[in-house]
Design a binder for this molecule. Structure first.
Ligand SMILES: Nc1nc2c(c(=O)[nH]1)N[C@H]1C(S)=C(S)[C@@H](COP(=O)(O)O)O[C@H]1N2
Ligand SMILES: [Mo]
Length: 323
C-alpha cells in the first residue's frame, strides 16, 4: 500500500505500471439494464476474460449494485494491492502464477457454537451467489467500480452460531512464502490480519467474495475467498482468507500495526478526514483508456457513497478520532 509518498512517485513509475494494463480497444462494459430483471449487471466482452478463469453459474444480480459503469476486467486484475506478491501494482498479476487456491480450507474459531476447519465447498455451496457491482476506494485515493460475485458474509457467519460474547470478527490471510514471494520479506507482519465489529460483519453490504465478472477470483484479487467492505478503504478487504475468528475484544489489524498514526481500526471512507500525508477529499478512477492511467478526478463521498445504508452503525462515534 503506502511506503512511498505520492510526491516520491515519478512519472516513469506511472508509465511502468500502465504497461501492464491491457490497452486493447474493446467495447467497454457499461452498467446495463437486464431486460428480465431491471437490475444493473456487468457484462465483460468474452474475449476480455482469459479462458483459464472458470465461469461461475447461477449468479443472480443484486438490487444493491451501483449503476456506475464497471472497470474493465484487465484493470481490475492488472492494478492490484496484494503485498504477499510484492509492493508494485503490477506485481500481484505478474507474481501470483504459482499460487494454488484449491484445495482450500478455512478455520472458524472463537466465540461460536460451531467451530473447526471447513472446506471451501462447505462454506460457499449452501449459498446462492450474487453479483454486486460496488464502488471500491483505496486509501491511496484511487478507485474502481467492480462487479464482485459473492455471498453476504452475515449469512455465512450465522451458520456457525456466534455467541453473545462475539463482538468482533477477525480475519487472517494464508501464509505460503513458497507461493507468495512477497512473504519472504518483512514488509508487513505476516499473516495479514483484519477485523470488523460484529455489526459491520453482519451488515448486508459486507460480502464474502468468490469471483469477479462472473468468473472465479484471479489469484491477484484474493482467490479463492476474500472480504469486501465497500464503505471502507480497500485495505480492510482482506484477501485469500484462511481463518475467521469470533472475538470478544477488538482484534489487531495489519496496517494499524504497521503505521498506527495513519491507519485506524475503522477505516471508513471519509473525505473530511485527511490521511496525515495527503487529502482524502477526492479520488481518481483507474482507467487504462488512452491518455492516462487514471480517468477522472471526482469528489470522494462519505462512506464511499454508502452512507444511507451504513452511517447509522457509527452513531455517537467521533469519526475524526476513530479513523
Ligand atoms: N492479504 C492482503 N489483503 C489485502 C491487501 C494485501 O496486501 N494483502 N491489500 C489491500 C488493499 S490496500 C487493497 S486496495 C485491496 C485491493 O484489492 P484488489 O487488488 O482486488 O483491487 O486489497 C486489500 N487486501
Ligand atoms: Mo488500498
Amino acid at each position: 500500500m503506502l511506503i512511498r509518498k505520492p510526491t516520491d512517485i515519478k512519472p516513469s513509475d506511472i508509465t511502468a505500471e500502465s504497461v501492464f494494463l491491457n490497452r486493447r480497444t474493446l467495447l467497454r462494459s457499461a452498467g446495463f439494464l437486464g431486460a428480465s430483471t431491471l437490475l444493473p449487471q456487468a457484462h465483460a466482452a468474452d474475449e476480455e476474460i482469459p479462458a483459464k478463469y472458470k465461469r461461475l453459474t447461477g449468479v443472480r444480480p443484486s438490487p444493491l449494485s451501483t449503476k456506475d459503469a464497471p472497470n474493465r476486467f484487465d484493470e481490475i486484475s492488472g492494478y492490484n494491492n496484494f503485498y504477499e506478491f510484492g509492493t508494485d501494482k503490477a506485481d500481484p498479476a505478474a507474481e501470483s502464477g504459482r499460487f494454488r487456491p484449491q484445495p482450500w480450507k478455512v478455520k472458524i474459531d472463537g466465540e461460536a457454537g460451531i467451530t473447526g476447519t471447513f472446506d471451501y465447498d462447505s462454506i460457499v455451496k449452501p449459498h446462492a451467489l450474487e453479483e454486486r457491482i460496488y464502488r471500491f476506494r483505496c486509501v491511496e485515493a484511487w478507485s474502481m467500480v467492480i462487479p464482485w460475485v459473492g455471498i453476504p458474509l452475515g449469512e455465512v457467519l450465522k451458520r456457525y452460531n456466534p455467541t453473545s460474547k462475539a463482538r468482533y470478527v477477525a480475519f487472517e490471510t494464508v501464509v505460503r512464502p513458497a507461493e507468495m514471494p512477497g512473504q519472504k520479506y518483512p514488509i508487513l507482519d505476516w499473516p495479514y490480519v483484519e477485523g470488523l465489529t460484529m455489526a459491520e460483519a453482519m451488515h448486508p453490504l459486507t460480502l464474502l467474495v468468490v469471483g469477479v465478472y462472473g468468473v472465479e477470483l484471479p489469484n491477484q484479487n484474493g482467490a479463492p475467498l476474500r472480504l469486501i467492505v465497500p464503505w471502507k478503504y480497500g485495505f480492510k478487504s482482506i484477501k485469500s482468507l484462511v481463518r475467521i475468528s469470533f472475538r470478544e475484544k477488538q482484534p489487531p489489524t495489519t496496517w494499524n500495526i504497521s503505521a498506527p498514526d495513519e491507519y485506524g481500526f475503522y477505516a471508513n471512507v471519509n473525505p473530511a478526514v485527511d490521511h496525515p500525508r495527503w487529502s482524502q477529499a477526492s479520488e481518481r478512477r483507474v482507467s487504462s483508456g488512452v491518455g492516462s492511467l487514471f480517468a477522472s478526478r471526482q469528489p470522494t463521498l462519505p462512506f464511499n457513497g454508502y452512507a444511507a445504508q451504513v452511517a447509522s452503525l457509527y452513531k455517537g462515534l467521533d469519526l475524526a478520532r476513530n479513523f
